[in-house]
Design a protein around this ligand. Structure first.
Ligand code: G3P
Length: 224
């Protein structure tokens, strides 16, 4: 399963790249706007941190297919490497996706809330479809169930598009998506730590340290 970071916070990206097995970075206009930064400067810095082999997903700001295609080609040219243009699902977005696939541009169709949307996006050629888990949960929907249905549909119909579950509030939602066979998740910078933390782990390590120190003091294996 791919683990992608949903942020444009360069310090958080640097940290995650050093400490976690991160496969790339996703952004959206809200995430970028929050940084109050020069667009190309910020995105190129992120590319420089993650390298050209890791995926970078950047969302178009355009509304018509023609302009989406134009912007997508510019994003691909400027940001190089493994680039995925995020396009919110709409008629114009689907039209642009079909054109971009012919031009060899990778697409992540985003703002997906139903399995039907995911199916059409995949048929149009989207490499990834991004269902929004927590935003569905927030309106009394069941975000992880929608992800499960999309995964099932794609298997049933032999669809090769990947499911990139997005919009997470907690580690439980991420875990459920993994259990449902979701290909990939994009998570905010605070979730990786939550995923690896457990009070019993801390207690176990505390016990190991205490027993070791009672026998060998402050010495470590390197001192023998
Ligand atoms: O990047 C799209 C998605 O992850 C948005 O998440 O937390 O704004 O619902 P959120």
């Amino acid at each position: 399963m791919l683990l992608i970071l949903d942020t444009a916070n360069v310090d958080a990206i640097k940290h995650a790249m050093e400490y976690y097995p991160i496969d790339g970075v996703t952004t959206n206009p809200s995430i970028i706007a929050r940084r109050h930064s020069d667009f190309w400067g910020l995105l190129k810095e992120i590319r420089q941190i993650i390298g050209e082999d890791k995926m970078l997903h950047v969302q178009t700001t355009q509304k018509t297919a023609e302009k989406i295609v134009e912007e997508a080609l510019l994003l691909k040219k400027e940001l190089k490497g493994s680039i995925y243009v995020k396009i919110p699902i709409s008629e114009e977005g689907l039209k642009a996706t079909m054109q971009l696939k012919k031009l060899g541009v990778c697409v992540t169709m985003t703002a997906i809330f139903t399995p039907a949307q995911a199916l059409i996006a995949a048929k149009a050629g989207a490499d990834f479809v991004a269902p929004y888990v927590n935003r569905l949960d927030n309106i009394l929907g069941d975000g992880t169930e929608v992800v499960a249905q999309i995964v099932k549909l794609f298997k049933l119909h032999g669809i090769s598009s990947k499911v990139l579950a997005a919009s997470f509030q907690n580690a439980e939602q991420v875990h459920k998506c993994a259990m449902y066979g979701c290909d990939s998740v994009t998570i905010s910078e605070d979730i990786p730590k939550t995923l690896i933390s457990h009070p019993m782990t801390d207690k176990a390590v505390e016990g190991f340290n205490k027993d070791w120190n009672s026998a060998y003091g402050e010495k470590t294996i390197l001192d023998f």
